[in-house]
Design a protein around this ligand. Structure first.
Ligand code: ADP
Ligand code: ZN
Length: 796
């Protein structure tokens, strides 16, 4: 049998049993920043880019799985010893791949190109990028089962005669049933269980039919999973909404852009409740009419049943991708998208990699959200990857936000393919909620003990409860207290592994299970938890240093919950933060709140995003300052965003809303501008500062964070890294400012010391050039962990 294809490039080559006339390049998920060439035996050829292969790897030939990233590597002449692609000096025998894993490539050429861009832009090995682009559930084939199934091996024409010749009644019934269902091949085969149930018989008749070669029994792989879109929670649709003037104008703009079939980006800057989501839906409708599909990205926590329902009420072929799904659901959704059975994909950050063919539109809602940035390699920003993907697909990209990032605003000014559309008013001309400032400096002096809820806020809360309306209280801190502190010797409990103070959580462990209480004072019935490494310890009753009793200082959402129970015992309250909420519970609480079974929802910033509850008339921000204390140049921006976002939760109906902003820093500009809802002035003020400091959006940033358990070694390697960078800057003549090495903001995590080098440059290209050169020089030695973060959103 011929093992080579006549149309292959190598048709003239002699092929023997072990002939390997093809070379592919493989990228592995290891941190090694290079790819490897392998031989492919003729019987496996042809191979496609995007398929995974198993190969022997390293000295011990350990089996390893990688992606085929190139099939066009030149085949060396037989007389010349083979060399590895990267190493031209040493003759090197190429190894043979062991097997191909995927029948079909997991990634098409568009996604491969995107992967290469991410690898280069975000300074991440290609194999690692590819591994991140395909969900683990897909790679593991979650939910895939083999099922016995049956199909007819005879043709339509032969059926009548065959049935006549059959004696068994059940056998006749089975043939009829299979014919009725058109089961004439493995693809159309019917599960044998279903056949048996339909014919009401045992296995025997099928066996007989198989012996007579009338049917064939085969194994078929099927994907079993529960539906990913919650049923039975249908939301009231608003009928056919008539767009207001601003929305109409925006839609016309989108229509023009979509008709162009060209790459472009629109920033849809609309205050909360201005009808942005409705516009997304209309824009998608336009795209579907053109026979193309759309991806909608939302911050993970905004992917509530509410939003998913809202889209699925309007679109039929919809797929969802978020962390609330089981592995088999995730696999099923991905396969559905890849098979072209979905034309709208709605999901969190990684949905930007959805294998949707024929993209016409990508929407990124809440584009300013830092959660679009992935904090492990590849450290990509979902929003920026969305823009790149839209560019590769020649399609439009809509970025939506009530408080756009300064980066996006400045792109609107400076980039030709960016346009800006505004929705300045809430739909139906609802008034913006009333904003009230509570100066905690004065109120704390007059109150006894620690009260998180000030008197004015408490008054209003009472009123809300009497009127049977609802309230949201936000405290941007998890746990009960920020730190456990000894008032007499000033000792605070620190994490053993990290350079952070521990947070006190009452009586439950981090994973939520109830722990046995320890005897002693109430406050110590709990655990001290590190939010960086998740280690937890019991809190000693007495300070280990001086023996005095501990105090719990600071504010946490758990403490708020307790205060609510004490001061408003009649209210039905619930806490939402990532400690008390695990996946589906979160969706359930939101449902209870929306159905009016909860009066007060208290929690962390999870509550600030995208929720829509018409009966909420009061929002209280317990401490507007917490984000101001972040050691990050975006602290002001985050504070402004947070206040505006939370405020947007109030008064989303004809009932008037009030927002209470409690603060110790009432004069802080970010707080003042947010109170007045004055986004433009805030931006103007903030930009002055950014410009003066060469910070984004004017300059670009990159951070190199290096870590190791041995501090001296780390310091030495960091110095070497800095020298290397300086040499490249000098050789290439780059306009770059380098700072550090200096300790990172959190100088130790999980016993690893952390140091960083910050790179600033006026152009993204300059940073690219620097890292391309740096990558080419190979890793610094001795080995330490190095993480490169391009366009960081948090400096930790
Ligand atoms: P955003 O995404 O900007 O917060 P939404 O699109 O969610 O705003 O709109 C808020 C609410 O107003 C939704 O219930 C939506 O159905 C409704 N809505 C949107 N546009 C209109 C309109 N033109 N007329 C009436 N209701 C509208
Ligand atoms: Zn820790």
């Amino acid at each position: 049998m011929s093992k080579y294809r006549t149309d292959s490039l190598f048709e003239t080559e002699q092929a023997d049993e072990t002939a390997c006339h093809h070379i592919i390049r493989v990228a592995f998920e290891t941190a090694a920043d290079r790819e490897f060439d392998y031989l492919v035996p003729d019987e496996i050829w042809p191979m496609q880019v995007g398929q995974r292969v198993e190969t022997p790897f390293g000295k011990n030939n350990k089996p390893q799985i990688g992606f085929c990233v190139d099939t066009t590597s030149p085949r060396p002449a037989p007389s010349i010893p083979l060399r590895s692609a990267q190493d031209d000096r040493r003759p090197f025998k190429l190894k043979k791949i062991s097997r191909v894993i995927d029948k079909e490539p997991l990634l098409n050429s568009e996604l491969m190109e995107l992967a290469r861009w991410i690898s280069s832009y975000y300074v991440c090995p290609l194999g690692q990028v590819l591994a991140a682009m395909v969900p683990g559930a897909v790679k593991k084939a979650a939910g895939v089962r083999t099922q016995r199934c049956v199909y007819l091996t005879i043709s339509h024409g032969e059926i009548e005669d065959t049935i006549k010749q059959l004696r068994g009644k059940k056998q006749k019934q089975i043939v009829n049933f299979l014919q009725g269902r058109g089961a004439f091949s493995t693809e159309t085969a019917i599960g044998s269980q279903e056949v048996l149930e339909a014919a009401g018989c045992t296995n025997e008749p099928i066996k007989k039919l198989a012996e007579k070669q009338i049917v064939k029994i085969a194994e078929k792989t099927i994907l079993k999973s529960l539906p990913a879109i919650p049923k039975g929670m249908a939301i009231k649709t608003d009928g056919r909404i008539i767009l207001n003037e601003d929305q109409q104008r925006a839609l016309t703009h989108f229509k023009n852009q979509i008709d162009l079939r060209q790459f472009g980006v629109t920033l849809l800057h609309g205050v909360t409740d201005s009808g942005k989501t409705e516009l997304y839906i209309r824009a998608i409708e336009l795209v579907l009419k053109k026979g193309r599909g759309a991806i909608v990205l939302l911050p993970e926590i905004a992917l509530t049943a509410q939003t998913v329902q809202r889209f699925s009420a309007r679109f039929e072929k919809i797929a969802v991708m978020h962390s609330g799904l089981t592995a088999s659901q995730r696999n099923a959704q991905w396969q559905k998208i890849k098979a072209g059975q979905a034309d709208v994909v709605i999901g969190a950050r990684s949905a930007v990699f959805a294998p949707l063919p024929g993209i016409g539109l990508i929407i990124v809602d809440e584009e300013h959200e830092p959660s679009y940035k992935q904090d492990t390699a590849p450290r990509y920003n979902g929003r920026d990857v969305a823009i790149k993907r839209a560019q590769l697909a020649n399609s439009h990209c809509i970025l939506g936000s009530a408080t756009p990032s300064l980066e996006t605003l400045s792109n609107c000014q400076s980039k030709q393919y960016f346009s800006l559309v505004r929705l300045p008013k809430r739909v139906m001309d609802l008034p913006m909620p009333e904003m009230k400032l509570v100066d905690l400096r004065s109120s704390w002096g007059t109150q006894k003990g620690i009260n998180l809820i000030s008197e004015p806020l408490a008054e209003r809360l009472k009123e809300v409860l009497t009127k049977k309306e609802q309230a949201i209280l936000l405290l941007n801190r998890r746990g009960y207290s920020n730190f456990v502190f000894c008032p007499s010797c000033k000792h605070t409990l620190h994490c053993r592994n990290c350079d952070v103070t521990l947070t006190f959580h009452k009586s439950k462990t981090f994973s939520g299970e109830q722990m046995p209480t320890i005897t002693g004072k109430h406050l110590r019935h709990g655990y001290a938890i590190c939010h960086y490494c998740l280690s937890q310890t019991l809190v000693p009753e007495k300070c280990p240093v001086c023996g005095a009793g501990f105090a719990m200082i600071g504010l946490g959402s758990q403490r708020l919950e307790e205060e609510l129970a004490r001061r408003f015992p009649e209210a039905r309250t619930s806490r939402v933060d990532s400690d008390s909420m695990r996946g589906r519970d979160y969706y359930r609480v939101l449902k209870d709140f929306s159905d009016g079974r909860i009066d007060i929802l208290a929690g962390t910033q999870m509550l600030a995003k995208g929720l829509h509850f018409p009966n909420v008339t009061l929002v209280g921000i317990i401490s507007a300052d917490t984000s101001l204390y972040l050691p990050d140049f975006r602290a002001n921006e985050r504070t402004f965003q947070l206040i505006s976002q939370v405020a947007g939760r109030a008064g989303r109906s004809a009932k008037k809303g009030t927002v209470f902003v409690q603060t110790f820093l009432p004069d802080q500009p970010a707080i003042q501008f947010a109170l007045r809802g004055n986004f433009d002035s805030f931006v103007k003020e903030e930009l002055k500062h950014r410009k003066a400091c060469n910070l984004p959006p004017f300059w670009r940033l990159a951070a190199i964070v290096m870590r190791d358990r041995n501090f001296d070694k780390l310091e030495a390697v960091c110095k070497k890294m800095r020298e290397k960078i300086d040499r490249i800057i000098e050789c290439d003549g780059l306009n770059v400012v380098v700072r550090g090495p200096m300790p990172a903001v959190i100088s130790r995590i999980q016993r690893f010391h952390r140091m960083q080098i910050i790179i600033q440059a006026p152009q993204a290209e300059t940073i690219q050039q620097l890292f391309t050169s740096l990558r080419a020089t190979g890793p610094v030695r001795p080995k330490v962990m190095v993480a490169v973060d391009i366009d960081p959103v948090n400096l930790l």
